[in-house]
Design a protein around this ligand. Structure first.
Ligand code: 8YV
Length: 306
């Protein structure tokens, strides 16, 4: 993010800052060249900060993640070494929730496919596009009713969608129906949205059984992390028709996307763009910078995790 880079250079000269480059050889070179001077790292969602990196940076004081998800930051290792951790919650909630609804409508109404149909001249040569599926009024199941999950629920209420949810601990929401398992949630939903954090409990939380419970008319929307979904299983279920459709913003091995998905007519694929608007990325950058400046000046961090 150009704004983040520019502002980090301008406002945080005290810190030798760098992102954790994803390529192992480049990362190793960064560690060797800068180990004695790095006091802060600013990883993106795709980057990891593990115990080995922490050990290679003896002067590291803070990990200010440019993301709300910090599943690739070893929090226990940071805590054990007294390294502080911050992230960027709230400022991206609306964009990610907007994208979830946009993907659900795009999948059911086949908007990208209809666009390609017009561009290919098929409307003239073959006539009307196929009939699709209504979104309004469909039962929306949300895995994880945190900030983003609640924002999705608020949005789809405007489409008269009954809202169901699953999470590990039941909370009372007067108009939303709780299900004690993801299978039961999927069985009782038409659109299933993954909106929970990625951890040891939620890895592959959407497995073959959940996909088949959602069924041949169901649609899965993933705006969380790729590993929330068993990717091999979803490819097979979409190809076989055991799952009706999917809108995917995240994948298990980004930026690589399973080849079999690229030719399917019942999926909408976007490249991890949930928070990717000018407004949100500037707000995220300002939150990263605000945390770093608070750290340097001994003030309370703005969004502290560790
Ligand atoms: C990142 C994300 O914001 O915030 C997250 O957890 O998944 C992403 O939207 C983006 O990749 C920049 O790190």
């Amino acid at each position: 993010n150009a704004y983040l880079e520019q502002e980090l250079d301008r406002r945080c000269r005290l810190f030798r800052l760098w992102e954790a480059p994803p390529e192992p050889d480049r990362r190793a070179e960064f560690l060797r060249a800068n180990a004695s001077s790095i006091r802060a790292v600013v990883p993106y969602a795709a980057h990891g900060v593990d115990a080995a990196m922490l050990d290679a940076l003896p002067r590291l004081e803070i990990v200010a993640s440019y993301s709300v998800g910090i599943d690739r930051v070893d929090l226990a290792a940071c805590r054990a070494r007294g390294v502080r951790v911050t992230n960027t919650p709230d400022v991206l909630t609306d964009d990610v929730a907007d994208l979830a609804v946009g993907l659900a409508i795009a999948v059911l109404r086949k908007i990208p496919q209809a666009d390609r149909y017009v561009r290919a001249g098929l409307w003239k040569s073959k006539g009307d596009f196929t009939l699709t599926t209504r979104f309004s009024g469909k039962r929306v199941g949300i895995i994880g009713l945190g900030r983003i999950g609640l924002a999705v629920a608020k949005r789809v209420e405007a489409f008269d969608c009954p809202i169901n949810y699953y999470q590990r601990t039941k909370q009372e929401y007067p108009n939303y129906t709780y299900y004690p398992s993801v299978i039961e949630l999927a069985t009782n939903s038409d659109v299933l949205v993954v909106a929970c954090p990625l951890n040891e409990h939620t890895r592959h939380i959407v497995n073959r059984e959940v996909m088949e419970a959602l069924g041949p008319k169901g649609a899965l929307i993933n705006i969380g992390r790729g590993p929330h979904v068993d990717e091999a299983e979803i490819v097979a279920a979409l190809v076989d028709g055991r799952l009706g459709g999917a809108g995917l913003d995240v994948f298990e091995d980004e930026p690589n996307v399973p080849e079999a998905l690229l030719s399917l007519d019942n999926v909408v694929l976007v490249p991890h763009v949930g928070s990717g608007t000018h407004e949100t990325r500037k707000a995220m950058a300002d939150l990263v910078l605000g945390n770093l400046e608070a750290h340097v000046s001994g003030k309370p961090l703005l969004t502290q995790v560790v």
